[in-house]
Design a binder for this molecule. Structure first.
Ligand code: NAP
Length: 325
């Protein structure tokens, strides 16, 4: 068996390890998805904002469907609604566009990518002359209601959240007809998210860890910043188990019972990242890795103002990261 699963509140089984596709450029992502499917991955994490869903779809068309090696039901496909499509009138068209690009008739999971709405239109990052984002005043509650109709229509099996804090998650839970099954948030040993994890779990919302390896290829990484997979303490644990740093970190996520979606375009790494079931971290090592937490967010858009780095969306009323968790 190359997979473990997390059971969602709908009863759906989501493979604990999926392939991430952010930053996988169109020319590379098709081969990455093919390598993943051929190596036993059954869960692919996509998003309209990654501008590569058509290329992911090319790979799916080669492997999934009648007469191909995989049945659609064997695969767990996630996509995400981008911030410019939060207006209730835009939600269905956005979902249908992702379905067309991926070449499938339904998604297993559709997430609201962020709680903040941006100005409607075809520009992904609508901005003012000074670089600030042009927002819209759609509340994520109204976007959620529109997403619920996608479940009613059978376009998606389940809906969920991404980058929502505990308070925002609770607000959605309090109004939901279809409950969010997942909150996908940044999570890795430098940002262990224990409180949010407990909060979501207590309410039947599974947590998916994005940037589970510390996202060393994030576009704004600067030299000298700590590299999670290069941390000598992680490397030492990996040495003791005869595994790589990536495998130890992925195993840590899996043993915490959460979903994680490491991204790679390198076939040997794609294969390696799924080979995490033939060893087990001891309780002491699980706690040791947990102790590396420093509540450090790596995936948070920042801008320079007056020589200082500030959160780009920090003044948006629905910016999620002012709350402690
Ligand atoms: P990540 O998965 O933490 O790290 C990806 C980086 O690690 C790439 O540079 C990759 O290199 C490298 N890597 C992968 N496996 C490796 C291995 N075994 N050994 C050494 N290096 C390895 O970062 P991420 O892409 O930020 O996050 C993963 C996924 O989460 C995304 O792709 C996306 O699907 C999702 N995500 C969601 C959100 C959201 O807002 N919901 C935000 C960020 C990410 P190569 O590719 O060159 O092999």
């Amino acid at each position: 068996m190359s997979c473990t699963y997390v059971t969602l509140s709908t009863g759906q089984m989501i493979p604990s390890v999926g392939l991430g596709t952010w930053k996988s450029v169109p020319a590379q992502v098709k081969q990455a998805v093919l390598a993943a499917l051929d190596n036993g991955y059954r869960h692919i994490d996509c998003a309209a904002a990654y501008s590569n869903e058509e290329n992911v779809g090319e790979a799916l068309r080669e492997r999934v469907g009648p007469g191909k090696s995989l049945k659609r039901e064997e695969l767990f496909l996630t996509s995400k609604l981008w911030n410019t499509e939060h207006h209730p009138d835009d939600v269905e068209a956005a979902c249908r566009r992702s379905l067309t690009h991926l070449g499938v008739s339904y998604l297993d999971l559709y997430l609201m990518h962020w709680p903040m709405a941006f100005e409607r239109g075809s520009v992904m990052m609508p901005s003012n002359a000074d670089g600030s984002i042009r927002y819209a005043d759609t509340h994520y509650r109204d976007t959620w209601k529109a997403m619920e109709t996608l479940v009613d229509q059978g376009l998606v099996k389940a809906i969920g959240l991404s980058n929502f804090n505990a308070r925002q998650t609770d607000l959605i839970l309090s109004i939901a007809r279809h409950k969010p099954v997942v909150n996908q948030v940044e999570c890795h040993p430098f940002l262990a998210q224990q409180q949010l994890l407990t909060h979501c779990r207590d309410r039947g919302v599974a947590v998916a860890a994005y940037s589970p390896l510390g996202s060393p290829d994030r576009p704004w990484a600067s030299p000298g910043e700590p590299v999670l997979m290069g941390d000598p303490r992680i490397k030492e644990i990996a040495r003791q188990y005869g595994k790589t740093a990536a495998q130890v970190i992925i195993r840590w996520h899996v043993q915490r019972g959460i979903i994680c979606i490491p991204k790679s375009i390198t076939p040997s790494r794609i294969q390696q990242n799924l080979q995490v079931l033939d060893f087990q971290l001891t309780d002491e090592d699980m706690k040791l890795i947990e102790s590396f937490n420093r509540n450090e967010r790596l995936i948070i858009p920042t801008v320079e103002k007056g020589g200082r780095k500030i959160y780009r969306d920090g003044l948006h009323p629905h910016f999620p990261f002012h709350d402690p968790y």
